[in-house]
Design a protein around this ligand. Structure first.
Ligand SMILES: Nc1ncnc2c1ncn2[C@@H]1O[C@H](COP(=O)(O)OP(=O)(O)OP(=O)(O)O)[C@@H](O)[C@H]1O
Ligand SMILES: [Mg+2]
Length: 323
């Protein structure tokens, strides 16, 4: 399979959205989990909802799927008013829930066959085995669900989401808790869904996942969408921002001295290493090298990284997603 990390085709912004959400609100007692969300998803795109724990991603996606009734707002999916007729989109959508209680004593093949039957779709052996092949679970066909690893369970729940051959697929944190190889495997499967012109809506709190997979991402925090665009456009909006990492040898410079360097917007020591934020990497780098040399020291190790979605998140929320 082709690696999908480099793919970054953007869908036409003029396309008629297949999902249109306006003013979506959901409250749980005093908590407003979703606080006036507007979203438009274009057909055939991979659309990401990116945000920290408790941001409202699952609540949002499950309202769009017709699984939770909203307290306010409108949801249209493939021309269907989901708020009033959630049953009318069931045959068009595939859903991978964040938490799934699977029938543990069934075998993988039995479980998938059961879901196919529930959906009144083709439950033939060849169809089921085709789905298992697609998610690389062929050799687990006769294993009990209870014996699967985390990554295998995620792939099984993805196969279940595809059982009715949906043209819109919702994946709620499809790679959380997986090791890097298992994550790449799921990325490839998601890439293949896009190649088949399916629309994919996924939630994640992994920045690099959103950057690698998504045509567009909505950055969500405290129930609101703070920004929504193609990852590279969100990053470009920050300007030529960069982070400079340096290990200094010789007389120590303090944070205040580093912060006062031209081009530097913030400076701190992290595990003995200097971390500088800058909007003007060239100026900041030159100034840092000069200042260190003046002090009689030298720069031992130097890394410059350009802005990422992580910086976009920091820009909009004032904090890092990793915290
Ligand atoms: N069924 C519920 N009853 C009460 N509160 C809820 C319920 N579901 C969600 N919440 C609250 O709504 C807020 C948003 O939760 P939600 O599960 O949508 O976040 P999330 O972005 O999916 O987080 P995570 O990354 O942890 O999955 C949280 O404060 C959560 O505690
Ligand atoms: Mg969630």
């Amino acid at each position: 399979m082709q690696p999908v990390a480099a793919r970054q085709s953007e869908t036409e912004p003029t396309a008629q959205p297949i999902i249109r959400v306006r003013g979506l609100v959901k409250r749980y007692g005093a908590v407003t989990a979703v606080d006036g969300v507007d979203l438009a998803v274009n057909p055939g795109e991979v659309f990401g909802i990116l945000g920290p724990n408790g941001a409202g991603k699952t609540t949002t996606i499950e309202m769009i799927e017709g699984l939770r009734p909203p307290d306010g707002g409108s949801i249209e999916v493939a021309g269907v008013d989901v708020v009033h007729h959630p049953e009318r989109i069931k045959h068009r959508i595939g859903v991978q829930l964040q938490k799934t209680a699977l029938f543990e004593e069934l075998t993988v093949r039995e479980l998938l066959g059961l879901f196919a039957t529930l959906y009144l779709t083709d439950a033939s052996r060849s169809r089921i085995d085709g789905l298992l092949d697609r998610v690389s679970l062929t050799e687990k066909a006769t294993a009990r669900v209870s014996t699967l690893s985390g990554g295998q369970l995620q792939r099984l729940s993805l196969a279940i989401a595809l059982v009715n051959d949906p043209d819109i697929v919702f994946l709620d944190e499809p790679t959380t808790g997986l090791d890097p190889a298992a994550r790449r495997n799921l990325w490839d499967i998601i890439g293949s869904l896009k190649a088949e012109k399916r629309t994919v809506v996924l939630t994640t709190h992994y920045m690099e996942e959103a950057e690698a997979l998504c045509d567009r991402v909505a950055i969500m925090d405290y129930g609101r969408v703070l920004a929504c665009d193609a990852p590279r456009r969100l990053i470009a909006q920050l300007g030529p921002a960069a982070t400079i990492w340096a290990t200094l040898d010789g007389p120590a410079l303090d944070e205040a001295a580093l912060r006062s360097l031209p081009g530097v917007t913030s400076a701190q020591f992290v595990d003995g290493e200097v971390e500088l934020q800058t909007e003007d990497p060239e100026t900041a780098l030159t100034a840092l090298l000069q200042r260190v040399r003046q002090a009689g020291g030298q720069v031992e190790r130097l890394t410059v990284t350009s802005a990422t979605l992580e910086d976009v998140f920091l820009h909009y929320t004032g904090r890092r997603l990793r915290e």
